[in-house]
Design a binder for this molecule. Structure first.
Ligand SMILES: [Zn+2]
Length: 614
């Protein structure tokens, strides 16, 4: 499907050809917002001067009378913006204006269809909170409506002043991470423009399109971007790099003179790693991680559809730009001599950010309004790759009923964003996978991708896929897990056994045991569970229970005495907030305590490894 045509040599003779190159012969997406941007990065002044030409199509079914744009960089214009006001009470500790270096973006001119100057019509709006100090959204009333199916061209001159790295954008010394650096049009949906202000927890939401970006900067800079590099022109001490990306909804870049560059083909994708020289020892870790992840997600969901991927490993002083996803471009991050057996840097971060290429990139859900659709699915995909769920559970069980999952990102407080956009959805999806089985879950996810790729799915759209593909999903599962604060906790409260000797009939004189297991539903979350009796002769008897009543007494008659009873014996229910009450033995088992001691020792050992490896 994908085809890249390079005309580098022809470009010198026919410069217009650079705009004629195509990546996908058949577009993958509706291509609603298409950008051509000529940008100059002034590395001394930490400033971008640019001209943007936007070709925008009204893909809705109503005439559009105004346009709205995100000016994200204005979140760092002052300390009273909505983003900066939220800094203290929210999840991310990356929202500090450092060294009084403010950012900002100014639109100096906007012209419609090459003729009508709209600059005087620009008006700041604050649709979310009315904060007059926030200037992250503008609206521009149009002289005439854009009819459904029609397109307009907007020529925009703008200047972006970069802050010291904040919310994974900006500069430190001569390192640059350019994210959310240009005026970006909002998404028309249901007869209105969806264009939220920039909040501390919220990420982004935009339409797909084609990006043609020319970046001019000093020649010594090594650059990476969302797009593929089509051409490079040198003049005096500067160079202009021409990038193109198709069927993406954002465009990010990085530039640093000291980057080292490693380029390899992974599953047919051109993967570029830009890394800090001191992290050379991590290059193989990056490539083995991305090879495994691309392979796994390609089979599990759908093959990665783009021809390129850039991974950014920044110097330690720019670590605040680590861990961010943009289309075909992820910032990872590693630390010199990080222990090999702790798969956090670079492994877990790389897996997480690459998984976002699906849950955010290809499935372009609204990160403002339903962050669980990108972060929750991505966390689930990460743990499937990593095989590591404990940290998610640890975070969730501390405050399982604090909040709901389906909620706008900026409305979470008290750390709820991390727990309810990331952790709980991951545990919820893993629990669903265990209930349905791996095969059904894979079919479900494949169907979700197939139905909603290169579109804007909402929670209801995913639930419709569940109803179609896995109707056996317990009723009310999502109502409880996504929209409710119900807590799931089943426990065995007692297990006992009586000897019964048959006095009459064919079994006369045979001794059997009548064993009783007393199970309670301690939480308000109802979910089907299994109850297991484990017997001295090695037999295990499993009894299913719909989990609806507040308790269940299971009586089992067996040839040998019961040793133990467990609810959810295969530990399928990751949403269960207390696993320590899931089983009871008939006698005290010292082995269990020894196991906890061993785990504690392992933790101490790990701590020493971490400390002394540096
Ligand atoms: Zn994420």
């Amino acid at each position: 499907m994908k085809k890249i045509l390079f005309y580098n040599s022809l470009f010198w003779i026919f410069p217009f050809l650079v705009y004629a190159q195509v990546i996908f012969q058949t577009p993958l997406s509706p291509r609603i917002a298409n950008y051509k941007i000529d940008a100059t990065l002034n590395t001394r002044e930490k400033r971008i001067d640019a001209h943007e030409q936007l070709l925008w199509k009204n893909a809705s079914d109503v005439p559009v009378t105004e346009l709205q744009f995100h000016l994200y960089m204005n979140a760092f214009r002052n300390r009273k913006s909505t983003f900066m006001k939220d800094v203290r009470s929210r999840h991310r500790s990356i929202g500090l204006i450092r060294d009084r270096v403010f950012g900002g973006i100014d639109v100096s001119s906007i012209v419609l269809n090459g003729t009508t100057d709209l600059t005087d019509r620009i008006e700041f709006i604050r649709p979310d909170d009315g904060n007059v100090h926030d200037s992250t959204v503008i609206r521009i009333p149009l002289p005439a409506p854009v009819q459904p199916g029609k397109s307009v061209t907007l020529d925009i001159d703008f200047q972006t002043r970069l802050p010291k790295i904040i919310a994974r954008t900006g500069f430190v010394h001569d390192y640059f991470l350019l994210g959310q650096w240009f005026p970006k049009i909002g998404v028309w949906q249901n007869g209105e423009c969806n264009c939220h202000q920039f909040h501390i927890n919220s990420e982004f939401f935009a339409d797909f399109g084609v990006y043609q970006v020319n970046l001019t900067l000093p020649q010594e800079y090594v650059v990476g971007a969302t797009g593929i590099l089509l051409d490079e022109n040198l003049s005096d001490s500067l160079k202009t790099l021409s990038f193109r990306a198709e069927d993406v909804h954002d465009f990010a870049m990085t530039a640093w003179p000291k980057f080292r560059r490693e380029e390899r083909s992974v599953n047919g994708v051109n993967v570029v790693l830009l890394y800090a020289p001191e992290h050379a020892g991590n290059v193989e870790r990056y490539f083995s991680t991305i090879t495994g992840t691309m392979d796994y997600l390609g089979k599990w969901l759908m093959p990665y559809p783009y021809p390129n991927l850039t991974m950014v490993d920044m110097p330690l002083y720019a670590f605040l730009s680590a861990g961010m996803e943009y289309p075909c471009f992820i910032t990872c991050g590693s630390i010199w001599n990080f222990p090999q057996d702790i798969r956090l840097f670079p492994e877990e971060v790389t897996i997480h950010e690459f998984a976002h290429q699906y849950f955010y990139g290809i499935l372009a859900s609204n990160e403002f309004e339903e962050p669980w659709l990108d972060e929750g699915f991505t966390s689930y995909a990460t743990l499937i790759n990593q095989g590591e769920l404990d940290s998610y559970r640890k975070a969730y069980i501390g405050k399982p009923n604090l909040d709901f999952v389906v909620k706008p990102s900026w409305k979470f407080e008290l750390g709820g964003y991390g727990t309810f956009a990331y952790d709980k959805p991951a545990l919820m999806l893993k629990t669903l996978e265990n209930y349905l089985g791996k095969e059904t879950m894979t079919r479900l996810l494949k169907a979700y991708l197939a139905r909603w790729k290169f579109k804007h799915p909402k929670t209801g759209d995913f639930l419709q896929v569940v109803r179609d593909v896995a109707p056996e999903t317990p009723e009310n599962y999502f109502e409880q897990a996504l929209y409710g604060t119900e807590v799931l906790d089943y426990s065995v409260v007692n297990v006992s056994c009586d000897k019964v000797t048959q006095s009459t009939g064919i079994d006369s004189g045979i001794t059997r045991y009548r064993c009783t297991i007393d199970v309670r539903r301690r939480g308000t979350f109802v979910f089907p569970v299994e109850i297991a009796g484990i017997f001295a002769d090695g037999d295990t008897v499993i009894v299913p229970w719909d989990g609806k009543a507040s308790y269940k007494v299971v009586t089992l008659t067996h040839d040998s005495e019961i040793k133990a009873a467990t609810v959810d014996p295969h530990q399928k229910i990751w949403l269960d907030v207390n696993w320590t009450n899931n089983s009871k033995t008939i006698r005290v088992e010292p082995l269990a305590i020894r196991r906890h001691w061993l785990q504690a020792l392992r933790l101490v050992q790990q701590m020493y490894i971490s400390v002394f490896s540096f």
